[in-house]
Write a protein that binds this ligand. Structure first.
Ligand SMILES: [Cu+2]
Length: 468
């Protein structure tokens, strides 16, 4: 066809996105940008685009300001978020290790916490000894994917943005110009940014029946004890390598919460406290049990009764998360700083989606937060909260001198695990103590010890001695 047109228009094409969109083979160097003169086309436009490997429309006006110089002088609060991307070996359940890719030697990566309207200055550095480049895509930003280009070993890059929307947001490695993104993210390169609402969180209302046909409304302050829970799948070969074939078939080999299968279940210390014997298991599965596991030994999440608890949840994976707490009702679910539901049993969180769940644990007891997909529960997505003093340990602990006076949760004696505790925000209640727990390298764990977090593997033998 020789159809003439007076209108000339050009399309800037970038092969990177197209490699994914059209599934073409990504081979050598990236095509940085290329103009098509539509008036001179004598073959089908779509065929040409396909041959180029795809396209991305460049619409600069659609994206927010990303110039660090401009944003740093905007009068807004600026948060520097420095990440280092590198590969390490980390443990998996059962005593083996896997080839992890990390931000800062930990899975998930560090949590960024800012207030809505603040500027984030993200710097990604790759050490020169690292075997591959890495990128970073923060979902709290609204900037062109061009900013997430990969960083080569020995180099670093930076971008800035205003955190305009409040909520829990994923960040993740974008691979080497998108190539290998699945491997990098599913090998550990993910984390969250928490953006607190500009005007703070809302107080929590919980409705209870009075027994006389009336409803009692109880209000809790916006201040809450906070936890972060990040759900992810792993796809590993028996040798601990990433298994792309398994991923494409959605045949995961593990479901992890903050990097661990069953990372928040009782251990020998809890056996000792509850049963008086380190070997009498109080929970069916205790796969991370033993002082020699140090920062990898499982820990529990301790909360008080009648306390406002706020959970920052992110589904990092590519399977749905049916978030449910056995024995509790989710008093409020918030997404996009809007209440989505209240007094609900389970909340569906899709892949790369976050939510904030507010609740009050009414009665002393043991509660399991699960992904209510049975395959996920039995492959690792069961996380144990202990509210109040369900085992009646206060008199024993006081009598033996472990604590001075009765406490409202066991966190006062053992602390809460560091990888489940987000940085403090505007409405955070400080945890009584924090113990060192996480899929961390030994270097990361020792840095936390220097910051004053508790190495329970050193403390537990002392407590055991006191109890004996
Ligand atoms: Cu990477």
């Amino acid at each position: 066809m020789n159809k003439r047109t007076s209108m000339l228009f050009s399309i800037a094409a970038v092969a990177v996105m197209g490699a994914t969109l059209f599934g073409s083979t990504y081979t050598q160097t990236q095509i940085a940008g290329q103009s098509l003169d539509a008036s001179k086309l004598d073959v089908d436009v779509m065929e040409q685009i396909h041959a180029m490997g795809g396209l991305q429309l460049v619409m600069p006006q659609a994206f927010a300001e990303t110039d660090c110089g401009v944003l740093e002088n905007s009068g807004r609060m600026v948060h520097e978020f420095n990440l280092e991307g590198y590969s390490v070996e980390l443990p998996v359940m059962g005593g083996k290790t896997f080839n992890a890719m990390t931000f800062n030697g930990q899975v998930p990566g560090p949590t960024l916490r800012v207030t809505q309207g603040d500027v984030v200055k993200m710097t990604l550095s790759i050490p020169d000894w690292e075997v591959t480049g890495h990128g970073n895509d923060m979902h709290a930003s609204q900037i062109t994917a061009g900013a997430f280009e990969s960083v080569n070993p020995g180099e670093s890059t930076q971008y800035c943005y205003i955190a305009e929307a409040a909520g829990t947001f994923k960040y993740h490695c974008s691979g080497v110009k998108l190539v290998g993104m699945d491997q990098h993210v599913l090998s550990g390169m993910y984390g969250i940014a928490i953006v607190d609402p500009a005007n703070g969180y809302k107080k929590l209302m919980v409705e209870k029946t009075s027994g006389s046909g009336e409803l009692d409304r109880k209000f809790y302050s916006a201040d809450a004890l906070e936890f972060q829970l990040q759900y992810q799948q792993m796809y590993l070969t028996p040798e601990g390598n990433y298994d792309a074939g398994a991923m494409f078939q959605h045949h995961n080999t593990a479901t992890v919460v903050n990097g661990f299968q069953f990372g928040y279940v009782p251990n020998m210390a809890h056996n000792l406290l509850v049963k008086g014997d380190t070997n009498k298991n109080i929970f069916v599965a205790q796969p991370w049990n033993g002082l020699e596991l140090k920062q990898y030994q499982s820990q529990l999440l301790f909360v008080e009764n009648d306390q406002h608890v706020r959970l920052f949840i992110e589904n990092q994976g590519n399977e749905p998360l049916f978030f449910h707490i056995v024995g509790e009702i989710l008093d409020r679910v918030v997404q996009g700083n809007r209440v989505q539901s209240a007094a609900t049993e389970t909340w569906l969180i899709g892949g790369s989606q976050g939510a904030i769940v507010d609740l009050v644990f009414d009665e002393p007891g043991v509660y399991a937060a699960v992904n209510h997909d049975y395959a996920a529960i039995y492959t690792g997505a069961a996380t144990v909260f202990v509210a109040g003093d369900p085992f009646g340990l206060n008199p024993v602990l006081v009598d033996k001198g472990v604590i001075e006076a009765p406490v409202a949760s066991y966190a006062y004696a053992l602390g809460n695990p560091s990888d489940a505790v987000p940085p403090m925000g505007m409405n955070s209640i400080a945890h009584p103590a924090i113990n060192i727990h996480g899929l961390y390298t030994d270097e990361v764990a020792s840095e936390m010890q220097e910051q004053g977090m508790i190495p329970l593997w050193e403390v537990i033998p002392v407590v055991a001695e006191m109890l004996s």
